[in-house]
Design a protein around this ligand. Structure first.
Ligand code: SAM
Length: 263
């Protein structure tokens, strides 16, 4: 539901939610509790913002569109304490925003930059308790894919290595104004305890995952020929003739850690 009118801007990925049922679903999924530090990325016309603010009394929003800042601030009068950060979300330091605690992120993300936003947030995931994001359904499918699936790839491994990924529900184009060309879905991401993940060298892990999937049809032996030998693959129990799309996330971590240890 829009709380004021502003024509949608295509270059900012503006597709405003208009479906009351979906908005309620999102608020219900977030289920804010007293003391939670809620942060919304891209409040737009406030479709999710104001229901959350009414329920929780307090919210921080990050919005890049200057035309929305004053209307958002005016619409918040008498509803709750709305802190507006007028910035590109890719420039926001979430560690600062979180202070001593951890934030809970919510957002119907601008689809044109959804993957860079995900990777930016993941860099700060020590300070994030959980995330509820609306994304293209195709992206959510890739995020949540299991080994063996056609869409299991770099995004699946990079995300699942550091977060529990739970797709929640699908959202059709007609729930937005203007309707996007694609189906959407809401996903919950919960960062794992970094001590439990145990990635020794994050840059090396990223490089292994990137190279493994760079040419999906190659066997791991060939795809990773610059990174490691057949013997190193075998040393961690990985069959050199399988392809990246068959390798579970835990095996990617074990392999990268073996290489980081000079194995
Ligand atoms: N939350 C609103 C809703 O559900 O109706 C709007 C969602 S709309 C898909 C995406 C929002 O992100 C827009 O308000 C847009 O202006 C904002 N946005 C786009 N790029 C941004 C960026 N780099 N940083 C912060 N906000 C951005």
């Amino acid at each position: 539901m829009s709380h004021f009118k502003a024509p949608p801007k295509k270059n900012l990925g503006q597709h405003f939610l208009t479906d009351r049922g979906i908005i309620e679903h999102i608020v219900h999924a977030v289920d804010p509790r007293p003391g939670d530090n809620l942060v919304e990325i891209g409040p737009g016309q406030g479709a999710i913002t104001f229901p959350l603010l009414k329920k929780h009394g307090k919210l921080t929003v990050i919005e890049f569109d200057r035309d929305l800042i004053t209307p958002l601030s005016e619409a918040a009068h008498g509803v709750g304490e709305l802190t507006i950060v007028h910035k590109d979300v890719l420039q926001v330091d979430f560690d600062k925003l979180a202070g001593e605690g951890r934030i809970r992120l919510v957002g119907n993300l601008p689809y044109n930059i959804s993957t860079p936003i995900l990777f930016h947030v993941l860099e700060h995931c020590l300070h994030v308790r959980d995330m509820h994001f609306m994304l293209q359904k195709e992206v959510v499918d890739r995020m949540a894919a299991a080994p063996g699936s056609k869409v299991y790839g770099r995004l699946s491994v990079m995300l699942q290595a550091v977060c529990a990924v739970t797709p929640l529900f699908d959202v059709p184009p007609q729930s937005f104004n203007p309707p996007p060309k694609v189906d959407s879905a809401v996903v919950r991401l919960v960062p794992r305890d970094p001590a439990g993940i145990g990635i020794r060298d994050h840059a090396l892990f990223e490089a292994v995952v990137r190279d493994a999937f760079a040419q999906r049809r190659k066997t791991l032996r060939n795809a990773l020929s610059k990174q490691c030998t057949t013997e190193q693959l075998q040393a961690v129990g990985i069959k050199p003739e399988i392809r990246a799309e068959q390798l579970p996330v835990a095996d990617f971590i074990r392999l990268a850690n073996h290489l980081a240890a000079g194995g």
